[in-house]
Ligand binder design. Structure first.
Ligand SMILES: Cc1cc2nc3c(=O)[nH]c(=O)nc-3n(C[C@H](O)[C@H](O)[C@H](O)COP(=O)(O)OP(=O)(O)OC[C@H]3O[C@@H](n4cnc5c(N)ncnc54)[C@H](O)[C@@H]3O)c2cc1C
Length: 373
C-alpha cells in the first residue's frame, strides 16, 4: 500500500478505532465513528478505480487494510471486508453512479448471500426474483448481513429469474420498500458488526439493477467474491492472532510472581506455548501472502491457495487465541488483557462461508480430482 494510505490508516486506528474498540464490543454497537474516519481518510474508496474517483488499489492493499484494523477492532475490519468484497463486484458490474459514490466514501455496501434455507451454502440461494415489467420482485430470507442497518446497498443473491443456473446477483438499495432488517445482532464476537437477518417481501427493484447475467451468479461468487472475501477474512484472522500474541507477550513480561522474584515469561512452558503460537501465525501469514500473489499473478494454483488460506487462517486463529487465553490465565478470563475479545472474535472466520469444514471438503475434492460442487 502507498505510504500515504498506510500512514492515514495508522492515524485512524490510533485516533478512532483503538479507543472505541472496547465500547463497540461491550455495547454491541455499530462503529459509525470508525467508518466515518475511514471514509474521511479515503480508505472506503481504496479499491474503486481511479476513473470513478477511487484510489485504484487491489486485493493486496485491501488485505493489508483489514488485517491492520482487525487487531484493534475486528468488528470494524469485517465491516470494511464486506464493503470491499461487495465493491469488487460493483467495480466489475455495477452502475457508474454507485461506483462514484463508493469511491467518494458516500456509500457503504455489503454482501447479502447467506440465507436461512440454504444456510452456509451461499452458492445455492432459495430466495426468488420475479419479473414484473421493468421491475424485479424480490422475496428472501437472508440469515446474516454485516452492516445490515448501516449499509446503503446490498449485493444480493437470488435464484435466476428465468435462466438456467443456480443464482443471479442484484444491487439492492437498502431503502427499497419491502426490505426489512429483522432483528438486532447480539453475537458472541464481532459484536459491533450489525450482522442481522434481512428479509425481502415483495421488494421491487428496477430490472437494470441486475449485476451480470441472469443465472450468472455462480461465476461472480466464485470468480470475484470467493478470492476477495476469503483472503480478506484470512488476513483478518492473521491480524487477530498477531494482536493476541503481542498482548500475551506483554502480559507475560510485565506480570510477576513476586514470591519467586520472576515474571510469567520466566516460565519455559509459557515461552514454548507463545513461540508455537507465533510460528503458527507466521506460517499462516506466509500462506495468505502466497495466496494473494497467486491470485494477482493468475497462477494455476490460485483457487486452491485461496481455499487453503481461509481454512488455515480461520482455524489457526481459534487455536492461537485459545493458547493466549490459557497463557494469560485468569487475568484474560476477567478481560484485563484484551485477549478475551480477540478469542471471541476469532471464532467467526471458521463459520463464515465458505466455512472451514466446507473448505477442507473442497480441498480434498480438488486433490482427488472430483468436482467441487
Ligand atoms: C459475524 C458474522 C457475519 C456474517 N456476515 C455475513 C454477510 O455479511 N453476508 C452473508 O452473506 N453472510 C454473512 N454471514 C454468514 C456466514 O457466511 C455463514 O453463512 C453463516 O455463518 C453460516 O451459519 P449457519 O448457522 O447457517 O451454518 P450451517 O450451514 O448450518 O453450518 C453448520 C455447520 O455445518 C457445517 N457444514 C455445512 N455444510 C457442510 C458441508 N457440505 N461439508 C462440511 N461441513 C458442512 C458447517 O461448516 C458448520 O460447521 C456472517 C456470519 C457471521 C458469523
Amino acid at each position: 500500500m502507498p505510504d500515504g494510505y498506510a500512514r492515514a490508516l495508522e492515524e485512524v486506528v490510533a485516533a478512532s478505532i483503538e479507543p472505541a474498540a472496547v465500547a463497540v464490543d461491550t455495547e454491541g454497537r455499530f462503529p459509525s465513528g470508525n467508518i466515518d474516519a475511514l471514509r474521511d481518510a479515503g480508505l472506503l474508496g481504496l479499491i474503486s478505480a481511479t476513473e470513478v474517483g477511487g484510489t485504484g488499489l487491489g486485493l493486496r492493499a485491501a488485505t493489508d487494510v483489514v488485517g491492520r484494523i482487525a487487531g484493534s477492532c475486528t468488528s470494524t475490519a469485517m465491516i470494511v471486508c464486506m464493503h470491499y468484497a461487495a465493491t469488487a463486484v460493483l467495480e466489475e458490474l455495477g452502475p457508474e453512479s454507485v461506483r462514484r459514490d463508493i469511491a467518494a466514501g458516500r456509500h457503504l455496501t455489503t454482501l447479502a448471500f447467506s440465507e436461512s434455507g440454504s444456510r452456509s451454502h451461499f452458492w445455492a440461494p432459495l430466495s426468488t426474483a420475479d419479473a414484473d415489467g421493468d421491475e424485479i420482485i424480490l422475496d428472501a430470507s437472508k440469515s446474516w448481513v454485516t452492516a445490515a442497518t448501516a449499509a446503503d446497498s446490498f449485493v444480493w443473491s437470488s435464484r435466476p429469474v428465468g435462466a438456467e443456473g443456480a443464482s443471479t446477483i442484484w444491487l439492492v438499495p437498502a431503502s427499497t420498500q419491502g426490505i426489512k432488517v429483522d432483528a438486532p445482532f447480539d453475537g458472541l464476537g464481532l459484536r459491533g458488526n450489525d450482522s442481522s437477518p434481512v428479509s425481502a417481501v415483495g421488494a421491487r427493484i428496477p430490472a437494470d439493477h441486475r449485476l451480470g447475467d441472469d443465472g450468472g451468479g455462480f461465476d461472480i461468487m466464485i470468480g470475484t467474491v470467493l478470492p476477495w472475501f476469503s483472503l480478506m477474512s484470512a488476513s483478518i484472522s492473521v491480524g487477530v492472532m498477531a494482536a493476541a500474541i503481542d498482548r500475551t507477550a506483554s502480559h507475560l513480561s510485565a506480570t510477576r510472581l513476586e514470591h519467586l522474584d520472576e515474571s510469567l515469561a520466566n516460565n519455559p512452558v509459557n515461552r514454548l506455548r507463545l513461540a508455537r503460537s507465533k510460528v503458527t501465525t507466521d506460517q499462516v501469514a506466509m500462506l495468505v501472502d502466497d495466496a494473494v500473489r497467486a491470485v494477482e499473478g493468475d497462477r494455476d494454483d490460485a483457487t486452491l491457495r485461496v481455499l487453503e488460506a481461509k481454512a488455515a487462517a480461520g482455524d489457526a486463529a481459534i487455536e492461537v487465541t485459545d493458547a493466549c487465553m490459557r497463557l494469560c490465565g485468569g487475568a484474560a478470563f476477567r478481560k484485563e488483557v484484551g485477549v478475551e475479545r480477540l478469542f471471541r472474535d476469532s471464532r467467526a472466520a471458521a463459520v463464515m462461508a465458505p466455512t472451514s469444514d466446507v473448505l477442507y471438503d473442497f480441498i480434498g475434492k480438488a486433490l482427488c480430482g472430483l468436482p467441487l460442487f
